[in-house]
Design a binder for this molecule. Structure first.
Ligand code: GLN
Length: 389
């Protein structure tokens, strides 16, 4: 029979992130797998969206998003990220930051083009790059602090590098790239005339007083950086699917056209609703950080009590933990048994590495949960020590 599927989707399968959510629902467990983020949305944002629906703000918007939203995003990008940004021509509102990343990959990658990716990575980044038939070059982040070897990065960079993908704070390991590291990356981009695509969706979730640095704010980078962020994580609206791209004008023009082709526009009433997010006080962000830091520390403690070696994240809301001491055969078995015995879903570590062997002794836990649920999940994780004994 004729080969029906395109080569670009060869090997593509449902992600472990999605699979574990289904399995968790089946046993009515507590989902520390998929980064769902089930906090309530701030009432002023909900009100604004409800009002937009009532007022029939329900037709297509401009291909790059409504004026007011682009203006508020541009101001935030100038002030928080330190990136020069014109709301007319340098901001595109997308369907989720995943939608932003898809347009960037389609815009820049020809089959075989080289892209540098840090490992462990977010599987959706990897798979979108694969669908675009990029030739991938990996650089290893090493626990416990997830630093990388400067020479290893220099060795994979060349004139053939189309872009390097930065994800800071990072999913799944919670690395927050330092200014020095990003300056090193920026120097390499300039030297090899490469782009930097940077996914900063967790930019407000930082621990222990860390500061977020955007590659696009560094000298020489404004013209070669595609900055991706969104509202999902910061405002707990992962299902609203609202993200955005910041890019220099000539790039943004093409990215906006691709956004139009793929989605026409992001959901119109939700764009109107999310404008209200920019009216939230500074305390919203400080409270969120403090809250997640407490949850991180609880999860770290629970994993240690169970006999695992967790790697406390510097940002975002995921943690990788090594379970070698507990004695599961591999990460798939670990995720299966933990769900079976304790009703807590986690993600097998191999989903985050180019060579599955590197994640064979790890699981990823997401602690973006309501306090009550996380407390129960932590209690069950601690109890694993005796359950498995
Ligand atoms: N970013 C989230 C995660 O890593 C969820 C996104 C998704 O379901 N693809 O779990």
């Amino acid at each position: 029979m004729k080969k029906l599927f395109a080569e670009r989707i060869e090997g593509l399968a449902q992600s472990d992130i999605r699979r574990m959510s289904l399995e968790c629902a089946r046993v009515n467990g507590i989902n520390l797998g998929q980064g769902i983020c089930d906090q309530p949305i701030e009432p002023i944002i909900k009100q604004a969206a409800i009002q937009a629906i009532r007022e029939d703000r329900s037709i297509y918007t401009r291909l790059d998003g409504i004026d007011e939203l682009r203006q508020r995003i541009a101001r935030k990008v100038r002030e928080y990220n330190g990136i020069p940004c014109d709301p007319n021509g340098e901001v595109i509102v997308n369907v989720g930051s995943t939608g932003s990343f898809v347009t960037a990959c389609l815009a820049f990658i020809n089959p075989g083009d080289e892209v540098i990716l840090f490992s462990p990575f977010y599987g959706y980044h990897l798979n979108i790059l694969k669908v675009c038939q990029a030739s991938l070059k990996y650089v290893t982040l090493r626990p416990p602090d997830w630093s990388y070897d400067a020479q290893a990065l220099e060795a994979v960079f060349s004139g053939k590098t189309k872009f390097i993908l930065v994800n800071t704070p990072s999913n799944p390991c919670g690395k927050v790239f330092t200014r020095d590291e990003l300056t090193h990356i920026a120097d390499l981009c300039v030297k090899h005339d490469s782009l930097c695509v940077t996914d900063e969706i967790y930019e407000y979730i930082l621990y222990d007083g860390r500061r977020h640095v955007s590659p696009g704010s560094l000298p020489g980078m404004a013209d070669r950086t595609i900055t991706i962020s969104g509202f999902s994580k910061t405002y707990a609206m992962t299902g609203w699917r609202l993200g955005y791209t910041i890019a220099p004008r000539p790039f943004a023009e093409k990215l906006a056209i691709l956004n139009d082709l793929i989605n026409v526009c992001a959901p119109s009433p939700l764009q109107h609703g999310v404008v209200a997010a920019f009216d939230l006080p500074e305390s919203y962000y400080t409270d969120m950080r403090r809250d997640y830091q407490v949850k991180r520390d609880m999860t770290v403690e629970a994993c240690r009590a169970a006999g695992m070696t967790p790697y406390p994240p510097q940002g975002a809301y995921y943690m990788l933990a090594d379970f070698s001491e507990i004695g599961f055969k591999d990460d798939q078995e670990a995720a299966r048994v933990i769900l079976e015995r304790s009703g807590v879903a986690v993600i097998p570590g191999s989903s985050f590495y180019p060579d599955p062997k590197d994640g064979r002794r790890q699981i990823r836990l997401c602690y973006a949960k309501k306090m009550h649920d996380l407390e129960e999940a932590c209690r069950r994780i601690r109890a694993l020590k005796t359950v498995l004994a």
